[in-house]
Design a protein around this ligand. Sequence first.
Ligand SMILES: CSC[C@H]1O[C@H](OP(=O)(O)O)[C@H](O)[C@@H]1O
Length: 389
Amino acid sequence: MVLEAIRYKPGSLQILNQLKLPHQEEYDEVKNSTDGWHAIKEMRTRGAPAIAIVAALSLAVELQTGAVSDQAEEVSAFIIEKLDYLVTSRPTAVNLADAARKLKKIVESAAKHASSTGDAVKKAYCDAAAQMLISDVADNQGIGKYGAAWIEQQAGGGQVSVLTHCNTGSLATAGYGTALGVIRSLHANGSLKRAFCTETRPYNQGSRLTAFELVHDNIPATLVTDSMASALLRLRGPTERIAAIVVGADRVAANGDTANKIGTYQLAITAKHHGVKFLVAAPRTTIDLHTKSGADITIEERPGKEMTFIKGPRYDGVDLDLSQVETVSIAAKGIDVWNPAFDVTPAELIDGIITELGVVEKSAEGVFDLSLAMEAHNETVKPTSVGGL
Ligand SMILES: CSC[C@H]1O[C@H](OP(=O)(O)O)[C@H](O)[C@@H]1O
């Protein structure tokens, strides 16, 4: 059965509550943009593409089920106001702001037609929001195809082991995943020896979500601690070398600097030190040409309690008692806490940015030119083969 983080049909939106995974699969109803904002803020739904989609669909459901004016301009103003509110839920991933910008343009255009009605504007919005679910899966399958081909080409044949950080799979997107999509494609091609996933403290996207997806898909995988990941690049013998580290992204700046889950930067440094390829997998909706470099990316800081407490079912030494979920402290009371949710990996440490149209590599001068990939938004550039746009 396919993992569904987001269940949508006109008038109804449900999200898989990711704070309950991997032990409980519970869907929460999202009835409006306020529910959507809170689900994103509390990280019951998360992942750069997924938060944009849930935000957009939460407003679609509000429009489909609530009483909104039948005047085109009033509906347009209502939608714009709600999109501006939804964008405040989490600042780092560009997908949410990018989607809001595009949806606003669609709505303003629909409202401009003299004959337009409130219903026409609502329909234009809801159709565009629903399309995001479909487009994202297609993007991820392209990322998987090109990312796997690039790694296979670099490895010169045979099976490869790769390492990934955080969760970038069906639980972070509309389906298939970005970096985890590359792993799924390697596995489907018969090229994957083993996937290594890091725990990804403090939210544990790796141990709770990526491990859940890899077990669900019967993909050979090993969970490692965040600190162990770097040692893996050294410890394993030449036959078991990690061929590449593949991670997702929350925002890729115009020069290729990439904001991603905290802990990504140290992996990139270690990969460079050990001559292991370091790849960022991101749809073009995560590339932000308006942000010049990583220095301009806002890094979200999360509550300290998300670091100093852990939550889970009681373990009696033999099995889990799912009826007894406990929250326990794992830090000294009174200690100050700093909990940035992301860090920035400079472009110089990144060997390739895998998009749905191909892998963007740096020029001979060591510079990423992402504009070509972005121009393809207008489909002016046909999808490329592996090796660069
Ligand atoms: C394809 S998900 C990209 C990105 O989003 C995650 O952040 P979070 O779990 O805080 O929403 C993580 O940084 C992933 O790499």
